[in-house]
Design a protein around this ligand. Structure first.
Ligand code: 5GP
Ligand code: ZN
Length: 117
């Protein structure tokens, strides 16, 4: 069983922000922004590439509820999902990073600008 499925099953603790029948939001263990929350579906899906439209519709509304609860719906935030090896995915259970609480820097996505970009 993957680490986020263990969080779903309460086998390992998490600092939960919001939960409903289908999704959970909890604080990232190693925050990279003043607010850094992860949103996951309770049903195991490896990554964004495997996510269906119905799940994505539900998770969109859930993320909007979470950002409102966190008080960053008006100030702004970033939603990120890392997909697969080149995307830098470390945990293979679909999750969205919600980051906010400060004006976030952007850039340094790759070390050198790619010649074909
Ligand atoms: P990824 O690189 O897969 O997009 O992000 C995985 C994220 O999960 C990382 O930001 C990491 O800090 C977080 N993380 C990994 N293990 C745990 C855990 O056991 N609990 C919590 N709350 N976050 C975790
Ligand atoms: Zn899982």
């Amino acid at each position: 069983m993957c680490i986020f499925c263990k969080i779903v099953n309460n086998e390992i603790p998490s600092n939960k922000v919001l939960e409903n029948d289908d999704f959970i939001a909890f604080h990232d263990l190693h925050p990279k922004a003043p607010i850094h929350v992860l949103v996951i579906p309770k049903k195991h899906v490896d990554c964004f590439q495997d996510a269906g439209a119905e799940m994505m519709a539900g998770i969109t509304t859930f993320i909007q509820e979470v950002t409102t609860l966190l008080g960053i719906d008006k100030t702004g935030y970033r939603v990120i999902t890392n997909n697969g090896e080149d995307g830098g995915q470390e945990v293979y259970h679909l999750h969205f990073h919600i980051m906010g609480g400060a004006k976030l820097p952007f850039g340094h996505m790759i070390d050198e600008p790619h010649k074909n970009m």
